[in-house]
Design a protein. Sequence first.
Length: 177
Amino acid sequence: MMIELMISMAVLSVGLGGLLVLLVSAMYTDTRSSGDTSSTMVAEHVLEQITAEGLGADLPLTVTDCAGNASNIATLRPAATGLGTGNGGANGGNGAALTAAGIIDWNNQTFAQVPAGYAINYVACGANGTQTTYDVRWDIIRMSNNTRMTVIGARPTGSQQLGGLRFVFPANLRTID
C-alpha cells in the first residue's frame, strides 16, 4: 500500500512539474504579447503625428511622452524620388535605413547611426506607474510631388535583436499620404 502511494505521488509530481513549465511559458507569452501590442501602439501614435502634419509641411514636430520628455521628430522628405535618394540608405528616404523588404533595418543600424530627428526614445506609462522605453525609428520616402510613404518601427529598448527570452518582433507600420 505504501509503495503504491509513493509511486502515485511520484507520477503526480512529474505531472505537476510539467504543468508548472506550461504555466510559466504561458505567463511569458502573455508578457511578450503585451510588449508587441504596446510597440505597435507607440509606432502608430508617432505615425499619426507625422501624417496629421500634412504633406506640404516638412517642419519638425514635437512629441511629448508620458514622462514629459519632448522629442523633435523630422518629417523632411528627400528632394528626389527613387532608391538611394535621401539620407536613409540604399533603399531610399530620409531617416532610418530600410531593408530590401521595406522595413526598418534594426540589425545593421544602431540608434546613434540614424540621422538626427528620425529616431526617438519614447516612454510609455502603464499600470501602477510602470514605464517602458521604446526605440522608435522612421523613414520618409517621396513617392511623387504629392505623396510620401512613411515607414515606422518601434520596439522596447531592452529587447534583443535576434532570439532570446526578451526578443520582441519590432512593430513595422507604413502609410502613404
